[in-house]
Design a protein around this ligand. Structure first.
Ligand SMILES: [Zn+2]
Length: 261
């Protein structure tokens, strides 16, 4: 029961999701770690001039983290951390920083503590790398949302009609999206039964391609019109809200900044 009981020591690779002050010099850092999922660590005296943690962690860094596991209150104690990727662009490019904040916020909201999600870890890490290297684009965020939904087990079905199974891409007739069922219904089935919302088939074809892509680079390099991006924003936003109960302010903030000149 001793407060000084250090617990056992663990090591992981982790991304910094959030940093919260607990005093003038101490911080609670929320991490998304490969093997431990979302965890929080206390870093005592993190801001003191002689702290070994000074400069070793910041928002959206990848770090090698050593920590003492605490079973009781879910706040572990950081022992050591070493940055593996700093992603310096986020310190000067506010659009990229807002986009990264949305991605980190979405992961923090959709994950439970101490539950590893290596697929989602890779999606977040890949997206942060992309944003840090090439700057933020709306398309890269939509790629991330598709991967977030896939890791959450609720990705939209964009390749075939939910009712008759007919392949819909490349679409020749405007399909309908049945939001509650999470997928497309062909024009024929929509005329006979449930009518979804009409969606732009060109934007759907892009999203279907990005679903199959392992990197957001493909999305960034796709030439999208403002109309197509607007269709994706609406479709994915409503999908996230319906199937993941996720509609954070950080999303509209990031998308608003990306559209401002
Ligand atoms: Zn059909």
């Amino acid at each position: 029961m001793s407060a000084a009981d250090p617990g056992h020591i663990l090591k992981d690779t982790a991304l910094v999701l959030r940093i919260a002050p607990v005093s003038n010099t101490s911080r609670i850092v929320q991490w998304f770690a490969v093997e431990h999922g979302k965890i929080a660590t206390l870093i005592k005296g993190a801001q003191r001039p002689k702290s070994p943690f000074l400069g070793q962690f910041d928002l959206f860094y990848s770090c090698e983290l050593l920590f003492y596991a605490r079973e009781r209150n879910h706040i572990h104690i950081a022992r050591e951390c070493t940055p593996l990727a700093r992603r310096d662009r986020f310190r000067s490019d506010w659009r990229a920083a807002a986009a990264a904040s949305y991605c980190a916020d979405a992961v923090a909201r959709l994950t439970l503590p101490d539950a590893p999600q290596p697929q989602l870890f890779r999606a977040l890490e890949t997206t942060l790398d992309e944003l840090a290297e090439a700057g933020a684009t709306e398309a890269a965020l939509y790629w991330f949302e598709l991967k977030l939904l896939e890791a959450h087990g609720v990705q939209p079905r964009l390749d075939a009609c939910l009712d008759c199974g007919a392949a819909l891409l490349p679409a020749t007739r405007a399909p309908h999206f049945a939001m509650a069922r999470g997928g497309l219904v062909c024009a024929g089935c929509a005329a006979r039964g449930e009518r979804g919302e009409p969606v732009a088939s060109d934007a759907l074809a892009m999203l279907a391609g990005w679903q199959a892509s392992a990197s957001p680079r493909a999305a960034r390099l796709t030439q999208c019109t403002a109309r197509q991006l607007g269709a994706m924003e609406t479709l994915l936003g409503r999908f996230l809200q319906t199937h993941a109960e996720l509609l954070p302010n950080s999303r509209s903030l990031a998308l608003g900044l990306l559209r401002s000149t």
